[in-house]
Design a protein around this ligand. Sequence first.
Ligand SMILES: NC(=O)c1ccc[n+]([C@@H]2O[C@H](COP(=O)([O-])OP(=O)(O)OC[C@H]3O[C@@H](n4cnc5c(N)ncnc54)[C@H](OP(=O)(O)O)[C@@H]3O)[C@@H](O)[C@H]2O)c1
Length: 330
Amino acid sequence: MAALSFLHSQLFVTPALPNHDFSGQTVLVTGGNRGLGFEAARHLLRLNASRVLLAVRSLPSGDAAKELLEASTNRPDAVRVYEVDMASHVSVQAFAEQMRSLDRLDAVLLNAGIFADEFVLQDGYESTLTVNVINTFLLALLLLPVLRASASASQRELPRLSIVASDRHVMTNLPEWKEPNTFEALNDPKRAKMRLRYSASKLLQILLARELARRLLDSTGKPTIIVNSFTPGFTTSGLIANARGLTASTFRLLGKAIARETEVGARTLVTAIAMGPESHGKYLNDGKIEEAALSPFVRGKDGARAQEKVWKELMEILEQRVPSISRNIA
Ligand SMILES: NC(=O)c1ccc[n+]([C@@H]2O[C@H](COP(=O)([O-])OP(=O)(O)OC[C@H]3O[C@@H](n4cnc5c(N)ncnc54)[C@H](OP(=O)(O)O)[C@@H]3O)[C@@H](O)[C@H]2O)c1
């Protein structure tokens, strides 16, 4: 069923060109120097975003992206470049500290991500877990007060935070969720199934985004910050450029046949970050809310239990790095 829905999206659906007006808004895109993040930044500039912030691993590649983006949209000085290494919680914290001095932050696209088929430790955890999951949510939590302060200063529309997940999450039901500690189990090199690691990281992103959204409701049940997650669909990009396993070769072959152009996939990033409260805690496919595109595991009872469990574990990891960070949610 999931495979059929994926093929249908890839072969027959072209996500609509976003037309939301971002006038006056500041939007942050992690990994905005290339791939989906870069094309999303270009759409945002076309749609009048006052400022687009690119959070990039290397400043030279960010500066090159800024030049290309500003020239191709005729928007001089609309892009700012910041350095962040999502593989380092110290770097993420330093970057988030810089964001505190912004006069405005309306929306955050957590896009930076990796596909790794070899087990490598970064920041104490396997690299996919570190970059796609742990430090992505560390950054999300560190930016919540910045988004809140920006919105309450001028009673603008609700701030938004979108996580670029993937339809690949359906490839695993994360058997490690039943282990006493899921993150520790995933971090055991002897047991790690790297063939499924990217999918596992995207499943974790979706579970954690749903749990974060559940915790960002006011006493009347309305979201205080809109959080959603989504898939851009299978898109030409550099994600598997250095990967070597069987999955990477399959991706490459399949990519030639059915991948979306990066610009087309990037439309879904912009649509997600423009959405209102109706998208809170929801999953988007082809740029539309489509909970049916979630795996049966995520929608079922085990998914709900796993969601609560991995959230608790993530918070233990993050609290060790930034004591009292959970207060940012309240
Ligand atoms: N392409 C697809 O088919 C597809 C499908 C579903 C979901 N996604 C998701 O979409 C997002 C973007 O992927 P993409 O396809 O655009 O891939 P990409 O072309 O490989 O771009 C990935 C971006 O993430 C950045 N990044 C990676 N590690 C980083 C780190 N440690 N610190 C800071 N930035 C880092 C990269 O920066 P550098 O240039 O420095 O490496 C790059 O800007 C990912 O989360 C991916 O999982 C992609």
